[in-house]
Design a protein around this ligand. Structure first.
Ligand code: SF4
Length: 242
């Protein structure tokens, strides 16, 4: 039976969302409200375009030659808010020989998401903040499910790339970065950490949606601050940091 879901957009030549060149499917809907979100137009679960798994797989197949070094990533929004759709899409892609990744904040409970995670080759797991209070202030939600998702990947041996947004005065304090790096060190499933500097390129989207400027007064980190953050994460974890 054909499975339908709601998609925000596609990127047929993605180089930032997993290993190699990737076809990225951005799914519609997200339960979080990150103060630095660069895609607030992906929040509404009833937005985007309704489309079937087979229509998407046809698009992906037409790019097969470019995707040999990479594969397919489902992102968002939060792809796990549509678990049946994500599961069907990942399963179909893997059956066709594509490497698959889920780019997720892990904000939903494992009883809804475990089966979908099992269906992918790897996870790009976005840890917003290790400190729970900070996480709530930054995203509107706690980090319980995110940390449980990481535990689940460790238990099942699922490869994880951690993603973490560096926000000056919020997550980019030495105290928070050292704590998070110390926490990640013990996870064998984590093969890489991507640090993503906060940027203001999406402010216009917030204005278009009649929302106030996100994180007013917070500046984008400079290269020296970014290098210091990378140094902390690579020294403490001993892992590859980008
Ligand atoms: S999880 Fe991603 S899409 Fe959802 S609010 Fe946060 S940054 Fe935006």
């Amino acid at each position: 039976m054909e499975v339908y879901g709601r998609v925000h957009s596609f990127e047929s030549f993605g180089t930032l969302d997993g290993p190699g060149i990737r076809f990225v499917v951005f799914l519609q809907g997200c339960p979080l409200r990150c103060r630095y979100c660069h895609n607030p137009d992906s929040w509404a679960t009833n937005g985007g375009t309704r489309i079937s798994v087979s229509e998407i797989v046809k698009k992906i197949d037409s790019c097969r030659n470019f995707l040999r070094s990479g594969g397919v990533t489902i992102s968002g929004g939060e792809p796990l808010v549509q678990p049946e759709f994500s599961y069907a899409l990942l399963t179909e892609c893997r059956a066709k020989g594509f490497h698959t990744a889920i780019d997720t904040a892990g904000s939903l409970p494992l009883d809804q998401t475990g089966k979908v995670i099992d269906a992918a080759n790897m996870l790009l797991l976005d840890i917003k903040a290790l400190d729970n209070e900070l996480c709530i202030r930054l995203t509107g939600s706690d980090n319980k499910n995110t940390l449980a998702t990481l535990d689940y990947c460790e238990k099942t041996g699922k490869e994880v790339w951690i993603r973490h947004v560096l926000v000056p005065e919020w997550t980019m304090t030495s105290e928070h970065m050292e704590k998070l790096a110390g926490y990640l060190k013990k996870f064998n499933c984590v093969s890489r950490i991507d640090l993503l500097p906060f940027h203001r390129m999406a402010d216009f989207k917030w204005h278009e949606m009649n929302m106030p400027t996100p994180l007013p007064g917070i500046k984008e980190p400079d290269q020296q601050q970014i290098n210091s953050a990378k140094e902390i994460f690579s020294t403490v974890t001993g892992k590859y940091v980008s």
